[in-house]
Write a protein that binds this ligand. Structure first.
Ligand code: NA7
Length: 545
């Protein structure tokens, strides 16, 4: 294990400034220090974890297997951390991330409660001046925004939202002190991955739970379980093979791909296979499914019909069951949530479902929520209404590049990137884990990007340059590849954060990379083989080196 360098921080003149102490930012800090750069990380929150710091609502947990989501750069770390469950709950993940930060002595390079309010590129020196909320300005050569795709919570503009006198909570801004749900009348608005996790987690505790659903999702069981001592031993014994698979597989999971298409099997064989999928863990329902699931609408419809029947068999009230069956999108066109006892929750006498397509929210009142049906009163309203995905955090940092160009202006019609890490006019700025990324198991894809960014910075330094900027042609090639991939599929529902259409007024642009990891790997190899000629490398006119 190479020790990280002893560059002490924080300092006001840096090689590398990382923003965000989530999974990606922490790894980026580690890699930058390991490569010998002076580095500091600033984080708006009071602690480490990013998504796993802010999303601490009851029931928040992984739906990637814990040991596939975790860091792989250290065998010692892998060996010494025993995940308790195949899909860890938020507190365990937050403990793990804190352990990593202390284990590798990274905390002294971090500043908490430090939100970036402006970041301006200084052309003569090739440095970034980054202003924090308290007015401190940090000067850095390389500016790395690991600010995440799901870090800006979205509150819909419901009339009278601030008039509500009870407790109003967003899943993505959950308080650090426990919320007392006991005996309370609770509303949950939103049935995405967060909503469907919190709903079963609090149902037994509350007096009443009313779920406000605008669009139903294709939810399937997570099938979580504790990790047995035998499994723990096996995981350790298999570390190198696991790492190899996770570092090279298409989606960054360990699941084995299936070798048959839907209609290769008879109806009976298909039903048996669907049953097997229903009982399989997490994302294997995508990665180990029939090979044509995502490509043949008829194949996808078969699987959706199977799930619909499951919903009807679990939910005893037929009207509620029908409301819970999606009608506007196919399986995996939106991010499929994985659940524990979600549909079962609707059989509890204190739980009810409001279909907002039939009875939209009119306004919030001081005591509750008014829909076309009338007012229901609540003590607590939980907004599980999602995030300004992909570009939200980058757009809020006041970033200005070459010639004072604002990133928000350059991206007014949607993001343009190279490899989802860099964009024209912002020399020396990178954003691993940003838009045009996040395909599959996030930490794996984002980790690939961090490795690429770090290797690129080392290349720049070791070749005597101090300014790097992607060429317009390379950015155009990558961005049009993203747009072409998105155009292949037609039905994504009315509102999808994949396209930013969950945020009113946001341009409809695909924010992920449908070509996934293989395309990322291919482009990274191409950059290396061509000696980074996708980039323009130079020395700043007022360079101090
Ligand atoms: P999501 O998946 O974006 O879900 C947000 C939910 O909130 C979804 O059901 C939305 O319905 C609903 N929503 C949004 N705006 C409104 C309004 N105005 N009225 C009613 N309901 C609304 O966010 P999550 O936090 O659940 O999950 C985000 C990611 O976190 C997830 O993919 C995982 O990676 C972890 P809609 O579907 O738009 O009709």
């Amino acid at each position: 294990m190479p020790p990280v360098s002893d560059n002490t921080g924080p300092t006001d003149d840096l090689d590398v400034l990382v923003v965000g102490a989530g999974i990606t930012g922490i790894y980026q800090l580690y890699r930058a220090l390991e490569a010998g750069f002076s580095a500091t990380l600033v984080e708006a929150g009071a602690g480490v974890g990013g998504t796993w710091f802010w999303n601490r609502y009851p029931g928040a947990r992984f739906d990637s297997e814990s040991y596939t989501y975790a860091y792989l750069f250290s065998k010692e770390l892998f060996d010494e951390w025993e995940w308790q469950e195949h899909f860890a709950e938020q507190p365990e993940t937050e403990r793990y991330i804190n352990h990593v930060v202390d284990r590798f002595d990274l905390r002294r390079h971090m500043r908490f409660g430090a939100r970036v309010s402006a970041a301006e590129y200084d052309e003569p020196t090739g440095m970034w001046n980054v202003t924090l909320g308290d007015g401190t300005v940090l000067r850095t050569r390389f500016f790395i925004a690991a600010t995440g795709v799901l870090s800006v919570p979205f509150f819909p503009a419901v009339e009278g939202r601030d008039d509500f006198h009870g407790q109003s909570l967003h899943t993505g801004l959950w308080p650090s002190t426990p919320v007392d749900f006991a005996g309370k009348r609770v509303a949950v608005i939103g049935t995405g991955s967060s909503g469907v996790q919190i709903i079963p987690a609090i149902a037994d505790e509350v007096a009443s739970l009313t779920v406000y659903q605008r669009t139903a999702n294709w939810c399937t069981p997570l099938n979580n379980a504790p990790i047995t001592p035998d499994e723990q031993r096996q995981l350790r014994a298999d570390f190198e093979a696991i790492r190899e698979t996770l570092n090279t597989s298409v989606s960054g999971f360990l699941h084995t791909a299936h070798d048959r298409a839907t209609f290769d099997d008879s109806h009976e064989e298909r039903q048996a296979f669907f049953e097997k999928m229903w009982n399989s863990p997490g994302f294997s329902k995508l990665t180990s499914h029939y090979t044509d699931l995502l490509f043949d609408p008829a194949a996808n419809a078969e699987w959706c019909a199977f799930i619909a029947d499951k919903i009807r068999s679990i939910v005893s009230d037929p009207e509620t069951a029908e409301k819970l069956i999606p009608t506007d999108h196919r399986f995996a066109e939106k991010r499929p949530p994985f659940v524990t006892d979600y549909y079962e929750t609707y059989n509890k006498p204190n739980v009810s479902l409001v279909d907002l397509k039939q009875t939209p929210i009119v306004r919030m009142t001081a005591n509750g929520i008014e829909t076309a049906e009338g007012v229901r009163e609540f003590d607590i309203v939980v907004w599980a209404t999602g995030f300004d995905f992909g570009t939200g955090a980058l757009a809020r940092m006041g970033i200005r590049g070459r010639g004072g160009l604002a990133l928000t202006d350059y991206w007014a019609d949607g993001p343009k990137t190279f490899l989802g890490v860099h964009t024209v006019c912002l020399p020396n700025l990178f954003f691993p884990g940003g838009p045009h990324a996040a395909a599959g198991n996030n930490p794996r894809y984002n980790g690939d990007q961090v490795d690429f960014v770090t290797d690129t910075l080392v290349y720049v330094r070791d070749h005597g340059y101090d300014v790097i900027e992607v060429s317009a042609a390379a950015e155009e090639r990558w961005t049009s590849m993203i747009d072409r991939g998105a155009a292949l599929s037609t039905s994504f529902g009315e509102s999808s954060y994949f396209f930013g259409t969950n945020i009113p007024g946001k341009p409809r642009k695909y924010l992920l990379n449908s070509a996934g990891r293989p395309k990322l790997f291919k482009e990274i190899s191409r950059v290396r083989e061509n000696n980074y000629d996708a980039f323009e490398l130079s020395r700043a006119s007022a360079s101090s080196r």
